[in-house]
Ligand binder design. Structure first.
Ligand SMILES: NC(=O)c1ccc[n+]([C@@H]2O[C@H](COP(=O)([O-])OP(=O)(O)OC[C@H]3O[C@@H](n4cnc5c(N)ncnc54)[C@H](OP(=O)(O)O)[C@@H]3O)[C@@H](O)[C@H]2O)c1
Length: 296
């Protein structure tokens, strides 16, 4: 099958198309013929090597955490899904491929096109998980840092559907977008505490940091403590006693390993495979296996 792969960590230029083995579904897994794959900020962080300290990835690897497609094969013990079902879900083996494997899927709503369906799993799971953690309820005021992106677009609408009032930050060009989604919009950056206090004189009940761009200190000031503040992107959270939330699927060490492939004898890690062996373990050294190229 065709897949997008990376054989070392670096910028987008480390991504290449390659012909790789079609994986066979194991117990509890399905194989899906992908119609659309979602792209997430995490994909770039993993590809760059930025996540190696907390979430090592064995290379060569196929990126991509989410997809929409048609079930193509069933593993042992899968009973409630049929070949031919239209689904969306999380990939176990990388979604930038024609036939990824998955253990977590949901039926694709019939009115949704493939592209929109593929963009749902990560953003909706993350948004709902954090709103639940924060206990957001009707009548409350929630501050969302960086809400114009993939997760924020969903989180803002789900919070509004709960009856909460959302004050959301974004760059100047996304203010109208936030307003159209139902938020009271303001820009991020210097003076944020004063702007939010003017918009919410009675204070904010909860803070959802989606950006990880240094807004936690302001959040502590606005909340008067660490309670009901959650970030999904700021690794400085724990030092401040603030909750960092992540999907358990994202810390599973095998989640991004390409199944049953081997390094070729040739110099390119991306040549076609004809035999199946386990890929090498990921490097645990402080310096990821970079290509010597850009690392954004
Ligand atoms: N822990 C988890 O479970 C989990 C799950 C999913 C995603 N994530 C992480 O969460 C983050 C957001 O994901 P995403 O897919 O929504 O990303 P995204 O689509 O790239 O959105 C990023 C958002 O950050 C805003 N932003 C940029 N600079 C900012 C600043 N200085 N202050 C405040 N906001 C700023 C952007 O606003 P403008 O474009 O308007 O400037 C945009 O709204 C990423 O870091 C991702 O890796 C974590």
């Amino acid at each position: 099958m065709k897949a997008i792969v990376f054989g070392c960590f670096g910028g987008p230029d480390v991504l290449h198309e390659a012909e790789i083995e079609v994986p066979q579904p194991g117990p509890g897994q399905v194989r899906v013929r992908v119609r659309a794959a979602g792209l997430n900020a995490l994909d770039g962080k993993i590809r760059s090597g930025m996540m190696e300290a907390v979430r090592p990835t064995a290379v060569p690897a196929v990126p991509g955490g989410e997809f929409a497609g048609v079930v193509d094969a069933l593993g042992e013990g899968v009973r409630d899904v049929q070949v031919g079902d239209e689904v969306l879900g999380w990939s176990d083996t990388g979604a930038y491929a024609q036939y990824p494997l998955a253990t977590t899927i949901a039926p694709k709503p019939s009115g949704l096109d493939w592209q929109h369906a593929a963009a749902l799993p990560v953003a909706t799971e993350t948004a709902e998980r954090v709103l639940n953690l924060l206990g957001v309820a009707a009548g409350e005021t929630v501050l969302m840092h960086g809400a114009s992106g993939g997760v924020g677009t969903v989180a803002l609408q789900l919070a509004a559907a709960r009856g909460a009032h959302v004050i959301a930050t974004a760059g100047p060009s996304n203010q109208d977008y936030l307003t159209a989604l139902g938020a009271t919009a303001t820009v991020y950056g210097e003076g944020l505490v004063e702007r939010v206090r003017a918009l919410a004189p009675d204070g904010v009940d909860a803070v959802f940091d989606l950006a990880g761009k240094g807004a936690l200190e302001d959040s502590l000031t606005l909340r008067g403590g660490t309670e009901r503040i959650v970030t999904i992107a700021d690794f400085g959270a724990r030092a401040l006693g603030i909750t960092f939330s992540q999907d358990p699927r994202n810390v599973r060490p095998s989640a991004w390993r390409r199944p049953r492939t081997r390094r070729p004898e040739s110099s390119s890690p991306l040549s076609p495979r004809t035999r199946s062996t386990r890929p090498p373990r990921p490097s645990r050294s402080a310096t990821p296996d970079t290509c010597g190229a850009s690392s954004s």
